[in-house]
Write a protein that binds this ligand. Structure first.
Ligand code: NAD
Length: 294
């Protein structure tokens, strides 16, 4: 059995998986692979599946499954799993790091110091203490972020289509209500049909003037042009994003917008998470093989 590791995983994983069969990262051997491990880079489209005749099992190291044609995989009898639990801490910490960095002008202050400027008067900070954080998508990551925000004494609100109670946030029945009340908004929704472009000109108009927004969910959940307009008009005081319309972004209008912080889709990329993902991948392959042998 050939296991193809198509994207970046923990460096020790290939060695650990050799107990199950041959392990390679040589993508030219895709047609021979029974199990393919992907993160977000490999796009498992219909064409990809058609060019993988031996493929029986796709494991996505991470959370979203939006880079996999799930319907076609199911039609072909290919099992698909992810390692959903593993990435929660890593993404929540990045979201919170961006929430702290925006009102403290960390990137701007650093850049200006390197340019020999002294912006002591110009860089006016504001505190998170006592402010309201609105979480859109109160799943695992949203909940982990809420706990961190509570420690900073923020008031935490959340909207989620099928969560009605939380120990860590006041749940509001609509996204609009959360957006209207929040000083900070953090996006943690999956990319599905109903969330594509959900943050757009109309929904941005619900925001308080001067709200901050952070997106560590999925890039296409926001309409980038509308975010740029909101930043230029001052509707948004700042926007930080880890996720993009494509990885890497091609000609994003966000690069010309003021008050932004960008990271290259590194939400899940902590050393600790890579190890956790490896542990779950190992377990999943073990279970797959045991089922096959029954
Ligand atoms: P989760 O499944 O625990 O939470 C997401 C929740 O959103 C789900 O419970 C789902 O019910 C809910 N939801 C479904 N439809 C919705 C809708 N229309 N509007 C709002 N919410 C809806 O997932 P999670 O582990 O918290 O991850 C959340 C998202 O974060 C993932 O889907 C993924 O896109 C993103 N993510 C990003 C990175 C990164 O590197 N930046 C890493 C991991 C995950």
């Amino acid at each position: 059995m050939l296991i193809l590791i198509s994207d970046a995983f923990d460096a020790t994983l290939p060695e650990k998986l050799t107990k199950y069969g041959e392990v390679t990262d040589d993508k030219t051997r895709q047609a021979e692979a029974e199990i393919i491990l992907v993160r977000s880079k490999t796009k498992v489209t219909k064409e990809y599946i058609d060019s993988s005749p031996k493929l029986k099992y796709i494991i996505r190291g991470g959370v979203g499954l939006d880079n996999i044609d799930l319907k076609y995989a199911q039609e072909k009898g290919i099992k698909v799993d992810n390692t959903a639990e593993a990435s929660t801490t890593a993404v929540a910490e990045l979201a919170f790091a961006l929430i702290i960095a925006l009102p403290n002008h960390i990137t701007q202050a650093d850049k200006s110091m390197r340019e020999g400027k002294w912006l002591k008067k110009e860089l006016k900070r504001t505190e998170l203490f006592g402010k309201t954080l609105g979480i859109l998508g109160m799943g695992r990551i949203g909940t982990a972020l809420a706990m961190r925000a509570q420690a900073f004494r923020m008031k935490v609100l959340a909207w989620h289509p099928d969560v009605f109670f939380s120990d860590f946030a006041e749940i509001r029945p609509t996204m609009k209500e959360v957006m209207e009340e929040s000083d900070y908004l953090s996006l943690h929704m999956p990319l599905i049909e109903s969330t594509k472009g959900i943050i757009n000109k109309k929904t941005l108009s619900y925001c308080k003037d001067g709200a901050y927004m952070v997106n560590t969910g999925r890039g296409p959940c926001v309409v980038e042009e509308d975010i740029v307009e909101a930043l230029k008009s001052g509707k948004l005081a700042g926007f930080a994003t880890d996720v993009w319309a494509s990885d890497p972004p091609q000609d994003s209008p966000l690069f010309d917008a003021p008050h932004t912080i960008f990271t290259p889709h590194i939400g899940a990329s902590t050393q600790e998470n890579m190890i956790r993902i490896g542990i779950v991948v190992d377990q999943l392959i073990d279970e797959y093989i045991k089922r096959k042998q029954k």
